[in-house]
Every structure is written in C-alpha cells, then in structure tokens.
Ligand binder design. Structure first.
Ligand code: NDG
Length: 367
C-alpha cells in the first residue's frame, strides 16, 4: 500500500460523522496489518484505520461482517443500558454519506471507530488476574455469538486457520524461492515437516464432523482484549477476522500469547519459557463462560489448538520471510525469521510440558 501523508489522513477523516473539530492525529497501536491512528477532537478520541485491502480484498464484506457482529453483540447487552453497551463493544462511526467505510481518490479504504478511553491492552500478560480476564473475555465473546447463524458472515479470509492451506503456501514459497532465502532456513523446515502430520488433528476432527463450526474471533492475541483500570474485561477488539471457525483455534491463538514469557518476536529464544500459572488462569477464565456450550469433543480439541496455533504462526511468518516480506509489517530485514524461531521455541517448550498442560485443561473443565 502507498505511503500516507498527514493531508491524506486528515482529508479522509473529514468524511466521517465525528463530533468536534480535529485537534491532532497520531499513530496508534502495534497491529501488523492495518494502519491505525488516533484522531483527537475537542469532544473525544476516535480510532481511525486504513484497511489493508491487499489482505482484505473484500472490504465491503469485511465491514458488513463487522456490522452484523456488532449489532448482535449490542443487542445481547442492550439490557445494561446505552453507556455500558458503548463501553463494552466497538462502535463504528458512519461517513457523511451514511456508509461504514470511505474509499478515497487513491482507492484507500478507511473506517472510524470510537476509541475506548481509559482502557489498556497488553502485549505480554503480567498477572493471573489478567490472564483469567482474557479467557473470560474470549469465552464470553464466543458465547454471545453462539446463537448467530455462521452463514450470516462471509468467510472473509478463506482457510485462514487451515493448516493444509498454510503448508501449501509454505511449499509454494519454497518452490518459488523469490527472496533466495530457502537455503538458510533448512533446519527450520526440517523441524516443521517433522510435526506437520500431528498438527492436522483439528482439521481431521472437523472434516470428520466432530467439531461444530461456530463464529470465532480468529485473532485472539491478548492485546485484542481491552481491560479497564482494575484489569477487568471491557471490550474485545479487532473484529476483522470474525468468521466461522473452530473454538480450538481461538483458544490456541490466545494461549500462544498468554503463556509466552516473552514477546511474539523475542530474538533471544532462551527468554521464551512457558508461564504455566497464566495458562491455568486463562483456561479457567475461558471455561467459566464456555463450558456451558462446548461439546466434549470441542473440549478435547483445545489442547490440539494450543500446539497448532504457534506452529501455524511460525509457518505463516516463515512463508512471508521466504516470499520477501509482503504480508506482515516488519521493522527490520530478518523480523519474520526471528518471529518464526520465537514461535517454534514456544512449540518446543509446549512439547516438554505437554502432560502438565493436559492435566490443567482437564481440571479447568471441572472447576
Ligand atoms: C495479525 C494476523 C494474525 C496473526 C497475528 C500475529 C491477519 C489478518 O498478526 O492472524 O496471528 O501477530 O493475518 N492477522 O494480526
């Protein structure tokens, strides 16, 4: 996507029905896909985003999904009153033509949301209370959407968590070798291929009819939960990938960030160790909401998700590295390689603690 200057951003922002004159606009957040800004007016703050239309090629479908999901969530919470609803769910601001996104002259796509003041998000979880809150937030999110017909949403990124699809992309990247980097990653490829078969369990269970398709979030990094000043859940954010999926994907992706004592892209892999108490706290928080709707087989699938998601994330980072870094935003040339190694270290650690993780999950179902 093209570089933006302040005039482009300001001019796009002026097409939305916001309250008050714009005082300033600044970069915001640490997302890898969209460009995000905070727009401050004399009245309040807004979150303003340029949607990455190379990733989300169907922007109209994406925004319609968001609208349907938000409408459903807001209806579920309506009994709590308007103020609470606005604090606990995202609110889209329409354009002055009454649309949910604006397409500018350079074909950039923009959307505006209310920025929830006084909230915090964490890239690394610090306390068990936060981990529990995160589990509860995503469990509740799935529960609230469990009566929304999956067919009401477009599968906005088809095969998003399908490991066969991701391995296929990796194989294509190896074959094309556009950046000439295949030779230097032989050890990693070997490690990945050794584990490929085992990582197909969820896909296999799903294809067998053992797992119901539900509406899932599909990007349950811990920093996609906003907490209030007392570390209570306030709102689940980043609804771009909400679509039909299996609950184990959400569980595994959350654990990927919760259990890791270091950042997703920690270059020193010796710092990547598992924080087991945080795993237990997340699992308990999740089960406190989800145990009422999960089937037995879904419960057994959760552990497979815990292994699969860091593995799949490594496959995706590595694929992007081999393709010359065209998907994720990177901050230095080997960033995707460093991210790959960090995710695989997590898989390795999880393998060491598999028995403990299994026991904790079994126990948290019965708390
Ligand atoms: C982005 C990705 C998400 C991935 C994460 C890694 C999309 C749309 O980065 O899948 O897990 O930090 O690809 N989102 O949020």
């Amino acid at each position: 996507m093209s570089e933006l200057n302040n005039n482009n951003i300001l001019s796009a922002a002026s097409h939305f029905d916001i309250e008050g004159d714009i005082m300033y606009i600044e970069r915001f957040g640490s997302g890898h896909i969209n460009d995000t800004y905070r727009v401050k007016t004399a009245v309040r703050s807004y979150l303003f985003q340029r949607i990455n239309d190379q990733v989300f090629t169907d922007v109209a479908g994406l925004m319609e999904n968001t609208r349907v999901v938000l409408h459903h969530l807001k209806q579920k919470l309506a009994h709590l009153g308007r103020e609470k609803v606005e604090k606990s769910t995202l609110t889209l601001i329409p354009t002055d033509e009454g649309k949910w996104y604006y397409q500018d002259e350079s074909d950039c796509f923009w959307r505006m949301l209310i920025l929830l003041e006084g909230t915090k998000s964490y890239d690394i979880v610090e306390t068990e209370a936060q981990a529990y809150a995160g589990g509860k937030a995503f469990g509740e999110f799935q529960k609230q959407l469990s009566d929304l017909e999956p067919g009401k949403l477009v599968e906005i990124l088809p095969n998003f968590h399908n490991i066969d699809f991701r391995m296929g992309n990796l194989r294509n990247a190896i074959k094309d070798n556009v950046a000439g980097r295949v030779e230097e990653v032989q050890d990693i490829l070997h490690y990945i291929l050794q584990r490929e078969e085992r990582m197909r369990t969820i896909l296999w269970m799903g294809n067998n009819g053992d797992l119901p398709l539900r509406i899932t979030h599909n990007d349950t990094k811990f920093n996609n939960v906003l907490l209030d000043e007392h570390d209570r859940v306030q709102c689940v954010i980043d609804l771009d990938t909400v679509m039909p999926g299996y609950v184990a994907y959400d569980f595994g992706d959350a654990i990927r960030t919760i259990i890791n004592s270091a950042a997703e892209d920690e270059p020193d892999t010796s710092k990547i160790i598992l924080n087991i108490p945080l795993f237990r706290a997340y699992a308990q928080g999740y089960m406190s909401e989800a145990s009422v709707f999960l089937t037995e087989k879904e419960m057994t699938s959760l552990l497979h998700g815990v292994f699969l998601l860091p593995f799949m994330q490594a496959v995706r980072f590595l694929t992007d590295y081999l393709n010359g870094d065209t998907y994720y935003k990177i901050h230095y040339p080997t960033h995707n390689l460093v991210r790959t190694r960090a995710q695989l270290k997590l898989v390795q650690e999880m393998e060491l603690y598999q028995e403990e993780l299994t026991t904790i999950l079994e126990e948290s179902v019965h708390v």
